[in-house]
Design a protein around this ligand. Structure first.
Ligand SMILES: [Zn+2]
Length: 368
C-alpha cells in the first residue's frame, strides 16, 4: 500500500519523494505552477537586465572572453552558446568535463559542436580520481556519477577563476524548471553556498576523504576566488524550452540523437553523453520511485504535448527498465563483481516503494 505522504502532482507526474519539491493548494508541483507563471513574466525586462549585467562585468578588460558556458555537446549548452554568440555578440569560453564511459554519439556531438567556431576547453580530471569519486558516490549515496556531476560545477569554476572571467552561464535552473527548491526563481544569480547545498547536497567532503588536494584540484571550490564571479542560469532570462533548444542545436550544431529511444524512457535527444547516465537515473528510480521517463513526461505535459493520462501509460510501460545491456560495462568501470554491484543497488532501494530480487524491481505503488 502506498503511504499517505506519497502522492503525485495533479498536473504532471512529479512525485512527493522528489528532494525539495513543493506543491500548491491545487496539488500542482512547483515546476507546473512555474510553467504557468512563466506566461506572465516580463522576459524583456529580464533580458534588459542581462545587458546591464554585461556592461557591468566587462570581463574583456582582463581576457578576450566575456563569459564561461559549461557544455556537454548536447542541446542545452549548444543553445545557450548559440544565443550568446549570435544574439548578444559575445565571445564565450565553453568548458566541458569529459565524462567517463562517453558514448560514441556523445563524442560525435562534441566534435560537431567544436567545428562551429567556438572556443572550448575540454577537461580530463585524472581518470583514477574520477573513478574513485564516482565509485564512492555509488556506494555511499547511490550517485554513480557523483564525481562527474560535481566537476561540472567545480572544474568549470576553476576555469573561470584561472582565466579571470567573471560570469558563468548555466542552462536551466533544474530546481525551478523540473521541481525542487524554487527560491531562486526570481533571483538572477546563485552563489557557492547554493551549489554546495543543492547540487552537491553537502556530501562532497566525506566523499573526498583521503584524496590529496592536488588530486582534487578540479573538485575543490575556491570560495575566495569565486567571490567576484557571477553564476547564473539562462532560464532566468528567457523562458526555458528544452525542445526548442534541441531544434536550434540540431540546426546550428548538427546535434544528432540516438536512433531509437534512450534506456528507460521514450525520448532520444537528451543526456546521451555517457552510458552511466542510464544507471544514474535508474538509481534515482529505485531510491525515489521516479526516473528518467517521469522527468521527460513532465516536460512534455507542461509544454502541452502530452496528457497526464498518456504520461501515466508511458511511465508504466518504460520507467522500470534496468539498463541490462550495459551491466558488463558498469562492472568493469566500478571494478566490482555482479553480486557486489547488485547489493549496492539493493542497499539504495527504498523498501517502502519496491519489492526486488536480483536485477528486478516491482513497484508497490501505482501512479494515480
Ligand atoms: Zn507538476
Amino acid at each position: 500500500m502506498v503511504k499517505s505522504d506519497l502522492f503525485w502532482c495533479k498536473s504532471c507526474l512529479n512525485f512527493s519523494t522528489r528532494n525539495r519539491i513543493s506543491f500548491d493548494e491545487r496539488g500542482y508541483c512547483n515546476a507546473c505552477s512555474w510553467s504557468e507563471e512563466k506566461e506572465s513574466i516580463d522576459w524583456e525586462k529580464r533580458q534588459a537586465d542581462f545587458k546591464l549585467l554585461l556592461n557591468k562585468i566587462n570581463t574583456k578588460n582582463k581576457t578576450p572572453f566575456d563569459l564561461v558556458i559549461p557544455i556537454s555537446g548536447g542541446k542545452d549548452g549548444s543553445y545557450v552558446t548559440h544565443k550568446m554568440m549570435n544574439e548578444y555578440g559575445l565571445n564565450p569560453l565553453c568548458v566541458t568535463v569529459n565524462p567517463p564511459l562517453r558514448t560514441e554519439l556523445g563524442h560525435k556531438n562534441l566534435e560537431n559542436f567544436k567545428s562551429k567556431g567556438n572556443s572550448l576547453i575540454e577537461i580530463d580530471p585524472p581518470h583514477d580520481v574520477m573513478k574513485l569519486i564516482n565509485k564512492r558516490g555509488l556506494i555511499n549515496q547511490g550517485r554513480p556519477l557523483f564525481g562527474w556531476t560535481t566537476s561540472i560545477f567545480t572544474a568549470v569554476a576553476r576555469i573561470a577563476t584561472t582565466f579571470n572571467i567573471d560570469l558563468i552561464m548555466y542552462g536551466e535552473d533544474g530546481e525551478v524548471e523540473y521541481g525542487g527548491d524554487d527560491s531562486t526563481k526570481n533571483i538572477p544569480y546563485f552563489d557557492i553556498e547554493y551549489i554546495k547545498s543543492v547540487y552537491l547536497e553537502s556530501q562532497h567532503q566525506e566523499t573526498f576523504n583521503g584524496i590529496s588536494d592536488d588530486e582534487l584540484f578540479f573538485w575543490k571550490l575556491d570560495s575566495d576566488a569565486l567571490q567576484d564571479i557571477k553564476l547564473t542560469h539562462w532560464s532566468y532570462y528567457e523562458s526555458w524550452d528544452s525542445y526548442r533548444n534541441y531544434l536550434i542545436a540540431k540546426k546550428h550544431f548538427g546535434l544528432e540523437e540516438v536512433s531509437s529511444q534512450n534506456k528507460g524512457t521514450y525520448t532520444n535527444f537528451a543526456q546521451n553523453d555517457t552510458y552511466l547516465y542510464a544507471l544514474h537515473t535508474f538509481l534515482m528510480y529505485i531510491k525515489f520511485g521516479f526516473g528518467r521517463c517521469t522527468q521527460d513526461v513532465g516536460i512534455d505535459i507542461r509544454r502541452g504535448a502530452m496528457t497526464r493520462e498518456q504520461g501515466i501509460q508511458i511511465v508504466n510501460l518504460m520507467e522500470n527498465q534496468f539498463p541490462n545491456d550495459y551491466l558488463e560495462m558498469y562492472l568493469e568501470y566500478y571494478e566490482m563483481n555482479e553480486k557486489e554491484f547488485i547489493e549496492i543497488l539493493h542497499k539504495h532501494t527504498n523498501d517502502d516503494l519496491f519489492n526486488y530480487d536480483k536485477l528486478e524491481w516491482h513497484p508497490k505503488f501505482e501512479i494515480t
